[in-house]
Ligand binder design. Sequence first.
Ligand code: C5P
Length: 220
Amino acid sequence: PAAVIVAIDGPSGTGKSSTSKAVATQLGLSYLDTGAQYRAITWWMLNNNIDVHDAMEVATAAAKPVIVSGTDPTRPTITVDGEDASGPIRTQEVTSKVSAVSAVPEVRTRITELQRTIAAGAERGIVVEGRDIGTTVLPDADIKIFLTASPEARAARRSGEVKGSDLAATKEALIKRDAADSGRKTSPLAKADDAVEVDTTELTLQQVIECVVTLVGEKQ
Ligand code: C5P
């Protein structure tokens, strides 16, 4: 069978990562977490004393770090200049700075190229999760899913993931990040016209996974 390309987009806390990994595992497909790549480049910028709010400085540095993503959905990995970055890219510091870095066009061009190369090399197909996969990175994807959920549900899920985090603060940070991601000029967070929107507010993770697996099955 031809390689199937599945694009899963949506704001934070909608269950994108858990869903994408499970769907890829069940269907024997590769998996790419594009948010991890933007986090990785942000982590590199912070380590190299780049002022992340200076778009010129970020643009100039954008080509420097070597970012390599593993595509096994059962053990996703990411390295920056050969160093394992899986842990450090999840810190609050990176989370609070990533939207500024990902809004810079030179960063997006660089990371988008990487994503297209990885998708083209996935022989059996791939599940790619992000914000602009269906609209910009892989507009010809076979299946496009746009996950949504109420801000309350999203904040509750995120706070459940991060130990000792405060629900109200989590909700505020999440809304701020989504607003920045949706409001940027270059390929903002958006639903593609031909994407299927799934509101996960009242669904369990298992139900969302089943829903996506069914949609992929219908297209194959
Ligand atoms: O999905 P995750 O929360 O790890 O994404 C981190 C950040 O990376 C997002 O808030 C957004 O700024 C950026 N991102 C993006 N385009 C994507 C995926 C993530 O701009 N396709």
